[in-house]
Design a protein around this ligand. Structure first.
Ligand SMILES: [Zn+2]
Ligand SMILES: [Zn+2]
Length: 148
């Protein structure tokens, strides 16, 4: 039976060789398609949970008036004295609806505004995505300045 690590292209470290965490990260990013020419900017699976700290820091609101708004998760109206959480995008959710959601994935269910995560791989992915967008913008600006 082929060794799993060999199959994955790993080999044992030589004497005195340090494990290379950057290499590990690079392989991870390659697996996500980040270093391919056709980088689509899409994360291949559900983004990781929101960082605990970000969840704890969400603004807590006690609904003081009956108002004509529904929680986008359970679709029920907010009632007086309901505990609600406000995302930085200013969307309101019942506390009991949004907390389990954010334990699954980091974005607003309504507008996909993203909270930070504790996932290093995903944060690296987001940075790379931003860089790719910036590069594209720079190229467009350059193009515009050359041809206008
Ligand atoms: Zn709800
Ligand atoms: Zn939102």
């Amino acid at each position: 039976m082929a060794d799993y690590y060999q199959e994955m292209g790993w080999r044992e470290l030589e004497d005195g060789e340090q494990p290379n965490h950057l290499l590990h990260m690079a392989r991870f990013l390659i697996d996500c398609g980040l270093y391919e020419d056709n980088f689509t900017g899409e994360w291949p699976r559900l983004p990781p949970p929101a960082a605990k700290e970000a969840v704890n820091n969400l603004k807590e609101i006690t609904i003081e008036d009956e108002f004509d708004k529904n929680c986008p998760i359970c679709l029920k109206k907010f009632h007086m004295n309901d505990k609600a959480k406000e995302m930085p995008c200013q969307h309101l959710f019942h506390e009991k609806c949004i907390i389990p959601w954010l334990n699954q994935t980091n974005s607003c269910p309504f507008c996909r505004y993203e909270l930070p995560t504790d996932d290093e791989g995903y944060e690296a992915f987001k940075k790379e995505k931003k860089r790719a967008e910036q590069r594209k913008e720079d190229l467009e600006n350059l193009h515009n300045s050359m041809f206008s």
